[in-house]
Design a protein. Structure first.
Length: 244
C-alpha cells in the first residue's frame, strides 16, 4: 500500500485498512514501513521522554536518526525529564528533535503564576501541551505515539492505526506488556528515566504527577483525584487555532 493509496481512502477507512493489512507486523517492522514507505518525510514521533520512551526512540533511531521527534516542553516538567531527554538524544544520536513550547503571551495572560493546573487542569494542558503540539504537527500527515494498552483501562482497546482529523496516528507498542518494554530497554542497554525507580511508571508535568501504588493502573498517578485521565492531545483532532 502506497502513501497515495492511503490518502485516497479517507481517514477512517485508511486507518481501518492499515490495521487489517499490517496488524501482524512487529513494532520495528511497522515503524520502518511507516517511516520509509507510507509517510516518508511526513511523519513524526511525539515523545514525552517519559518512563518507557527509550524503547520507541531507540527503534526509530535504528531506522533513521533524522526522523522528526517532537517534544512538548510545557515549562513544568521534572528536571529529571529534561536531563533524561538530553541524555537519550545524545546516546541515540537523534538529529531532528523539535521542541514545541507554549505561547509566551498566552501564558502571561492566563497562567502568569504557573498555578493554572490547580484551578483548571484541562485549560492548563490545552495551552501548555495541546496547542504547542498542534502547531508543531502542521505539515505532517502522520504521527507515532508511545501509548500502550496496559497503561490504563481507557487505553486497553487502542488500535494500531487511528484516524485523527486529516492525519493517521500510529501506536506501534499498543500490544506490548510492561515486561515487553522492560525487556527491550534492558536488551538494548538503554538508560531508564530516573523517576521510575521512585515509583513513577508514567511521568507528566511535575505538579500533576504522583507516585503509583502497587496494583494501580500505570497512569493512576496522573492528575490524581481530578477525574482527568488524558492531557487532551489524544482527544479529538489536534487543532493549532490561536491558542487563546
Amino acid at each position: 500500500m502506497s502513501a497515495h493509496d492511503v490518502k485516497l481512502f479517507g481517514d477512517q477507512i485508511a486507518a481501518s485498512r492499515l490495521e487489517t493489512r499490517f496488524a501482524r507486523l512487529k513494532a520495528s517492522s511497522l515503524l520502518r514501513l511507516a517511516i520509509e514507505d507510507l509517510y516518508p518525510g511526513r511523519i513524526a514521533l511525539v515523545s514525552s521522554f517519559g518512563a518507557d520512551a527509550a524503547a520507541l526512540l531507540h527503534m526509530v533511531a535504528q531506522i533513521d536518526a533524522a526522523t522528526p521527534v517532537i517534544f512538548v516542553d510545557t515549562g513544568q516538567h521534572f528536571s529529571e525529564t529534561l536531563a533524561y531527554r538530553d541524555a537519550l538524544c545524545q546516546a541515540l544520536k537523534l538529529t531532528n528533535v523539535i521542541v514545541a513550547a507554549p505561547d509566551a503571551e498566552v501564558l502571561a495572560a492566563e497562567d502568569p503564576e504557573k498555578f493554572l493546573f490547580a484551578s483548571d487542569p484541562d485549560r492548563c494542558c490545552e495551552i501548555r501541551k495541546v496547542k504547542p503540539l498542534a502547531e508543531a504537527m502542521e505539515g505532517f500527515d502522520a504521527w507515532i505515539t508511545g501509548r500502550k494498552g496496559f497503561q490504563s483501562a481507557t487505553r486497553a482497546s487502542l488500535p494500531l492505526f487511528e484516524a485523527e482529523g486529516e492525519r493517521i496516528k500510529i501506536n506501534p507498542l499498543v500490544g506490548w506488556s510492561a515486561s515487553d518494554v522492560l525487556k527491550y530497554i534492558e536488551e538494548a542497554g538503554l538508560p531508564r528515566h530516573p523517576l521510575v525507580a521512585k515509583g513513577f511508571p508514567s511521568i507528566g508535568c511535575l505538579p500533576c504527577t504522583s507516585p503509583v501504588k502497587p496494583g494501580e493502573d500505570e497512569r493512576a498517578g496522573r492528575w490524581r483525584g481530578r477525574g482527568k485521565v488524558e492531557c487532551g492531545i489524544h482527544v479529538g483532532a489536534l487543532d493549532a487555532g490561536s491558542g487563546i
